[in-house]
Ligand binder design. Structure first.
Ligand code: SF4
Length: 344
């Protein structure tokens, strides 16, 4: 931590700027009030992989329905998953619920106040632990997300690709964190990255660090941070089956709890395999005549692309499995909308 010298000046300048330009967000405590750790944690989990604008209505819905960590812990997982629907990355919702149960059950409803204690909880990684420790508990911690990486890369004109510069950036943030108001500093840095030092066309003329910024001085702000060349995402192929019974219900199944889209409902189908398209060999849920729906369903996950062929069939005799009416919970209305139940 720096109290004097250039780092102190940078932190002080950023905090002054934050005093005038802080974003008003529903999880932030106004004025000098102490932030509610439950609100800080909930917002940080929701904000992983998602934008502030998308998170605000979910945050408001969750806190209205479950005002405290104990309320969320007492909720059923199905209710939490249903309230989360649309935010994506459902493993986060499962971890959110598991974390609430751990805190309510093992910690008497109180969050651990340091990074190590927070890191031991489900769904909390290094960034989230640092953000909660700093914002909710005033700890000196380096909360480094993509926004912060960008700002620091530019401040110091770091030309090393981000993947190799992460520890240097974290050390630099730790050097900058002031002893007083580390939580405000963390939020100020997030706000600076989100509103001024934006990925394209940073607004350097509004930036409290404009005089110190090396990238600005060298005219290279817009080309930093550097990223390593991206590998092309592999494509996986698969088949799904829309099997309808004469009573209008459609066959679904639940995915395994662990893994991609864990515990979600899906249409029966084949494995998703890389390489050449394969026939649906043996993956159909019934030995009937299937009609292939023209085209395919495509979706991009973070680390691969998925292409699914949809097959439609009818069956008269009742059979085992989970049969749901399209008009009731989750509502796929046609074979072409299979994608919705695949979280697409
Ligand atoms: Fe970013 Fe410009 Fe500020 Fe540098 S001066 S930190 S490039 S907004």
């Amino acid at each position: 931590m720096a109290e004097q010298g250039p780092n102190h000046g940078l932190a002080a300048g950023l905090l002054r700027w934050y005093g005038r330009h802080a974003r008003s967000l529903p999880w932030r405590a106004p004025g000098s009030r102490r932030p509610n750790p439950y609100h800080v944690w909930l917002s940080e989990i929701m904000l992983q992989q998602t934008t502030v604008a998308a998170v605000i209505p979910y945050f408001q819905k969750f806190t209205a329905r479950w005002p405290g960590i104990g309320d969320l812990a007492a909720a059923s997982l199905d209710d939490v998953l249903a309230a989360w629907a649309g935010l994506g990355y459902y493993a986060r919702a499962r971890n959110l619920h598991a974390c609430a149960k751990t805190i309510a059950g093992k910690f008497g409803g109180q969050f651990p106040e340091n990074e190590d204690g927070l890191l031991a909880l489900p769904g909390i990684g290094p960034y989230t632990a640092a953000a909660i420790a700093a914002i909710a508990f005033g700890r000196s911690a380096a909360a480094v997300d993509g926004n912060v990486e960008r700002v620091i890369s530019r401040l110091d004109a770091i030309e090393t690709p981000l993947s190799q510069a992460k520890s240097a950036i974290t050390s630099r943030v730790l050097d900058l964190v002031p002893a007083m108001r580390p939580g405000d500093f963390a939020q100020a840095l997030m706000d600076l990255g989100a509103t001024v030092c934006t990925p394209r066309t940073p607004r350097c003329e509004l930036c409290p660090w404009t005089l110190a910024c090396k990238a600005k001085a060298r005219g290279m702000a817009e080309i930093l941070p550097r990223k390593a060349a991206k590998k092309k995402a592999p494509v996986r192929f698969g088949h799904v089956f829309w099997l309808e019974r004469s009573d209008g219900t459609v066959l679904l199944r639940r995915r395994p709890e662990i893994g991609l889209l864990g515990g979600m409902l899906e249409f029966p189908g084949s494995e998703w395999m890389e390489g050449a398209r394969r026939s649906p060999n043996g993956s159909a849920p019934a030995d009937i005549s299937w009609k292939r729906i023209p085209g395919s369903v495509q979706h991009t996950f973070t680390h691969f692309k998925l292409e699914l062929i949809v097959h439609q069939g009818m069956i008269n005799s009742p059979s085992g499995g989970l049969w749901l009416h399209p008009e009731i919970s989750p509502p796929p209305r046609s074979p072409q909308s299979c994608a919705r139940l695949h979280g697409m």
